[in-house]
Design a protein around this ligand. Structure first.
Ligand code: PLP
Length: 434
């Protein structure tokens, strides 16, 4: 079975026909869409809450949520009404003008976080691009790092990280498999093992041995694509300390874990460490594309004309963001995510207990949980995800050995019980077939 990344296989298009059943034989098709994704043999055409329907009328319990995007579930009544009203008023104007919805969304984010100002774009990778440019500018202007080749400014990122697919974001991503075939990478990134304080300290010291070279450290508070690995608070506290001592920027990529998914509004709250800047996307728009870079005033280095986006922060996308944040509050989704996250972790731990030869552990925060397969399970995460689909449950792998649960934040207890029961049936089917 090929490895699935971002919910899809990056190397082969082996999943075959749209509209056929998940277990149907695989048939190559001529497709006018480029093969950047090897898609599951499933065409989803309708959604409501945590449920999706395919073009054959089959229903699926959605524990993917567009990979941490559809925070309020599908076809949410209030999001739909707010967006319809916004469409009737104004969809898009240029950032040449002040955009009230953008001002409001920036205010909502800054009032609820440790940040002071926000730049809007359209995706996670774009938000990280903005963060990388900010980091370089910080390196030049604050740390006085020159432009000589090989000197820096450097950005330190973690192995097994994922920061997106644009050239700088993929260069920041500490996984060589995403670089292959696209070299040369953007220079200026160095990688260290996640949560490894000694390795981080020694890389930092090596980079700085002849004077300042490090502009920033870019980290996910919880690594999502890398296998659902929560950050270690002690490690993050040490990173914060070193960054403070040297005037280095600490930037968090909260594209996957931000906006309520962890049970706190922001991932950094789980660690008790404040970054100088963070990036958001996915859940912020509830399904409407939006990305954001939020910064503290002291590191707001951009001047007019230095960074921009045609679509970034348009009235429609910002209305989506405003509605998602308002609904998280109105429906008290943060305590709900905490309760549902605890319950999901318990249900999955019980599953691990019942199948100790298959599963090793459960880990995650809130409604981003990873079920870790044993190395000798004789089964990969993509195989289990595919078998679950045949049982009416959508899941997504996080690498070859972790099955990821990222349901809409509105999921209820009975649906979580059903999801875990479906997964167990899928496992039994696979075992029976073996
Ligand atoms: N950063 C993280 C932590 C992500 O999980 C992702 C996507 O999975 C990205 C960045 C890239 O976001 P996008 O696909 O919106 O560019």
């Amino acid at each position: 079975m090929p490895e699935l990344v971002d919910g899809l296989d990056s190397k082969s298009s082996a999943f075959g026909h749209v509209g056929s059943s998940p277990t149907a034989p695989i048939t190559p098709i001529t497709d006018p869409v480029m093969d950047t994704y090897a898609r599951f043999p499933l065409e989803l055409v309708r959604g409501r809450g945590v449920w999706l329907w395919d073009s054959d009328g089959n229903r699926y319990l959605d524990c993917v949520a567009g990979i941490a995007v559809c925070a309020l579930g599908h076809s949410d009544r209030r999001l739909k009404a707010a967006l319809c009203r916004q469409l009737g008023r104004l969809q898009h104007v240029s950032n040449l003008y002040r955009i009230p919805e953008q001002q409001q969304l920036a205010a909502q984010i800054t009032e609820r976080s440790c940040f002071d100002r926000v730049f809007f774009c359209n995706s996670g990778a774009e938000a990280n691009e903005a963060a990388i440019k900010l980091a370089r500018k910080h390196g030049h202007t604050v740390r006085g790092i020159g432009n000589e080749p090989g000197r820096g400014p450097l950005i330190l990122t973690a192995q097994a990280s994922f920061h997106g697919r644009t050239l700088a974001a993929v260069s920041a991503t500490g996984q060589p498999k995403y670089h292959q075939g696209f070299e040369p990478m953007v220079e200026g990134f160095r990688y260290f093992p996640y949560n490894d304080t000694a390795a981080f300290e020694s890389l930092f010291a090596a980079c700085e041995v002849e004077g300042p070279r490090v502009a920033a450290v870019l980290l996910e508070p919880l690594q999502g694509e890398g296998g659902v690995i929560p950050g270690d608070p002690a490690f993050f506290a040490r990173v914060r300390q070193l960054c403070d001592q040297h005037g280095v920027l600490l930037i968090f990529d909260e594209v996957q874990i931000g906006v309520g998914r962890s049970g706190c509004l922001w991932g950094y709250e789980q660690l008790g460490v404040e970054p100088d800047a963070f990036t958001l996307a996915k859940g912020l728009g509830g399904g409407i594309p939006i990305g954001a870079l939020a910064v503290k005033k002291a590191v707001d280095h951009f001047k007019p004309g230095e960074h921009a986006s045609t679509f970034g922060g348009n009235p429609f996308a910002c209305r989506a963001g405003l509605t998602v944040l308002a609904e998280i509050e109105r429906r008290r989704l943060l305590p709900h995510v905490q309760r549902m996250g605890e319950m999901l972790q318990l249900l999955l731990s019980d599953l691990v207990g019942r199948h100790p030869t298959v599963f090793e552990a459960v880990r995650g925060w809130g409604l981003l949980q990873g079920l870790v397969l044993r190395a000798d399970a004789g089964l990969t995460a993509p195989e289990l995800v595919k078998a679950a689909m045949a049982q009416g449950l959508l899941l997504v792998p996080a690498g070859p050995a972790v099955v990821r649960f990222v349901p809409p934040l509105v999921i209820q207890a009975r649906e979580l019980r059903r999801a875990v029961a479906c997964l167990e049936r899928a496992l039994q089917e696979l075992r029976g077939a073996a």
